[in-house]
Design a protein around this ligand. Structure first.
Ligand SMILES: OC[C@H]1O[C@@](CO)(OC[C@@]2(O[C@H]3O[C@H](CO)[C@@H](O)[C@H](O)[C@H]3O)O[C@H](CO)[C@@H](O)[C@@H]2O)[C@@H](O)[C@@H]1O
Length: 539
């Protein structure tokens, strides 16, 4: 890593990271250090040689107008993920784009900020291939309802003393090209309420798997299955903090992936906290990461007594131990942010050539005492699943922040000061897609609450840096809810079985599709069905 000289007044030199790869099974956890994260503030400080008067525009999402359109319907929408394979490719299924979203009913007697405890995984769909310019303003998504049958996700807690349960983020994988079998990995959350309606004690969080099938005809998309929910992981207290160690623990957001360097294995990254009893597990010099004799270094004692001891985010790793992905074992965390931040949420792994990008999201309010940064997406670059990850962009870790003046007080993360930071919480839960596109949801613009899909933006990853494409869409903001597939999956037999009229069945037969059974290759089947679809009249 290049040295940065001279020392910037008030800010330390960042930690030296090499990006070097380690074995995934090795006990090595890269650090997002305080020396690194303090570079976020340095970048916006006009008093340092390389600082600016605000967050750099290359790392800042342009302001979303308060007049944003909404996806419509009866549910709030937040964390969203498309239908993908384990390599992150996004699929159109039988001619439909499909997305999965955390959703909560809008008119059920609770407010937007209480949505988390009512969350269900819902789905939306729209026809594939319509140019963005011809889609309705909020993407033209049609709400399809909940993915899992009512009550199915509660079975994970059968016989346990919880009175309420919710479905939190995860990922949904197409298990075989040409088929309709899906596996959803998600966070099954359970808790009790006290008399005032709040939570009694910490929720329990279980990373869970459930299998189902997607179906489509020419009118709509629907699901079957998802009736059996298998608990995969609860925190172990060794690598990952438990609810008994910290009632505010984080353990959620599974994202599964394959690595060409480890064929035949399935890995999962997830949001965790470093194990240890809250407030009794101090940080050490490696968490702070200061170079020797840096005049802007803090002492370990000063950091631990500042309150920063309570922030212990990590990005966890697990590996499947059964081919049907029904059993997993923990591996040591990939990255920790002890005394830096308390939440590294919805982590994703993107492998581009020999570079491994570990991306995550975080809040301004979850940074530790003495560190500041905007709500948004953060990232790290290494040369293997387990690496000495380099935090992106001058080691700060910041990849894409909401427009935020870090010289103003943080405040509550759901209540921006419209006069100072009207867009500081405009979007959250950024998800990186093929084509360097990033989708997210709108939380709050000025004082208007969102619960709808944000404009998609484009962020290029280059080495250990990134930059938003301000030429994308209008001034850097693309379409609202522009989440498009880069691959097509046709399940011919699902399509044929679900055609809605005999005329269309005979059209399919006369198009030669039936002859593909048994005789033709999967490629020919796909091509025939694709030809048929493109010539079909849809309504
Ligand atoms: O709904 C839970 C899923 O959402 C995720 C990522 O978006 O967790 C987000 C989190 O933050 C929300 O609450 C914040 C505080 O109210 C609010 O400022 C923010 O806008 C919200 O997105 O939700 C939990 C519970 O409130 C909180 O700990 C997180 O920071 C994801 O990790 C969950 O699966």
């Amino acid at each position: 890593m290049a040295e940065r000289l001279p020392l910037e007044p008030g800010y330390p030199q960042p930690t030296i990271h090499t990006g070097a790869a380690h074995d995934p099974y090795e006990s090595y956890t890269a650090k997002w250090t305080r020396a690194d994260a303090r570079q976020i503030k340095a970048m916006s400080d006009p008093n340092v040689p390389t600082g600016a008067n605000s967050m750099p525009s290359a790392l800042t999402m342009p302001a979303i107008p308060v007049s944003f359109p909404t996806i419509g319907g009866t549910v709030w929408v937040w964390d969203t993920w498309p239908l993908t394979d384990a390599d992150g490719n996004q699929y159109s299924y039988n001619g439909w784009d499909v997305i999965f979203c955390l959703t909560a009913q809008q008119n059920a007697g609770y407010g937007f900020d209480d949505r988390h405890v009512h969350a269900r995984i819902g789905f939306f769909y729209r026809r594939t291939g319509i140019p963005e310019s011809r889609r309705p303003v909020a993407g033209g998504w049609i709400y399809g309802g909940n993915v899992f049958p009512d009550g199915a996700s509660a079975q994970v807690y059968t016989g346990q003393p919880y009175t309420q349960q919710a479905e939190w983020s995860g990922s949904t994988r197409l298990m075989q090209l040409g088929g309709n079998q899906l596996t959803t990995f998600y966070t099954d959350l359970a808790f009790n309420r006290d008399a005032s309606g709040g939570n009694i004690s910490a929720p329990q969080a279980t990373i869970t798997k459930t299998d189902g099938q997607i179906h489509a005809d020419f009118h709509h998309v629907w699901f079957t299955g998802f009736t059996t929910h298998t608990a995969l992981l609860q925190p172990d207290g060794v690598y990952y903090q438990t609810r008994l160690q910290n009632e505010f623990f984080s353990f959620r957001d599974p994202f599964t992936f394959h690595d060409p360097a480890h064929p035949g294995q399935t890995f999962m990254v997830f949001e965790g906290n470093s194990a240890g009893v809250r407030g009794e597990t101090p940080c050490d010099a490696s968490d702070l990461g200061y170079r020797a004799n840096d005049p802007y270094a803090e002492t370990v004692d000063a950091v631990n007594t500042s309150g920063a001891i309570y922030q212990r985010a990590n990005i966890g790793l697990a590996v499947a131990t059964k081919p049907d992905l029904s059993a997993w074992k923990f591996l040591p965390p990939l990255v920790s942010g002890n005394c830096v931040n308390d939440q590294t949420e919805r982590p994703e792994m993107h492998i581009v050539g020999n570079r491994y990008y570990l991306l995550t999201i975080s809040h301004r309010t979850t940074f530790a005492a003495g560190i500041d940064g905007p709500d948004g997406a953060y990232g790290f670059m290494g040369y293997g699943i387990r690496s000495d990850y380099v935090p992106l962009n001058r080691n700060s870790g910041l990849m894409l922040g909401n427009p935020t003046d870090l010289n103003t007080a943080a405040g509550a993360d759901y209540a921006p000061d419209p006069s100072q930071n009207p867009n500081a919480f405009q979007s959250y839960s950024h998800y990186y897609m093929p084509g360097s596109l990033v989708e997210s949801f709108i939380d709050t613009v000025q004082t208007r609450r969102g619960g709808t899909l944000a404009p998609t933006v484009q962020v290029f990853l280059r080495g250990a840096g990134s930059s938003i494409n301000l030429g994308y869409g209008a001034g850097g903001l693309g379409g609202y809810g522009d989440i498009s597939p880069n691959r097509i999956n046709i399940d011919f037999w699902d399509l044929i079985q679900n055609l809605s009229s005999p005329t269309t069945v005979s059209a399919a037969l006369s198009a030669g599709l039936a002859t593909t059974q048994g005789a033709s290759t999967a490629r020919a089947t796909e091509q025939a069905a694709r030809d048929f679809l493109s010539g079909a009249s849809v309504n």
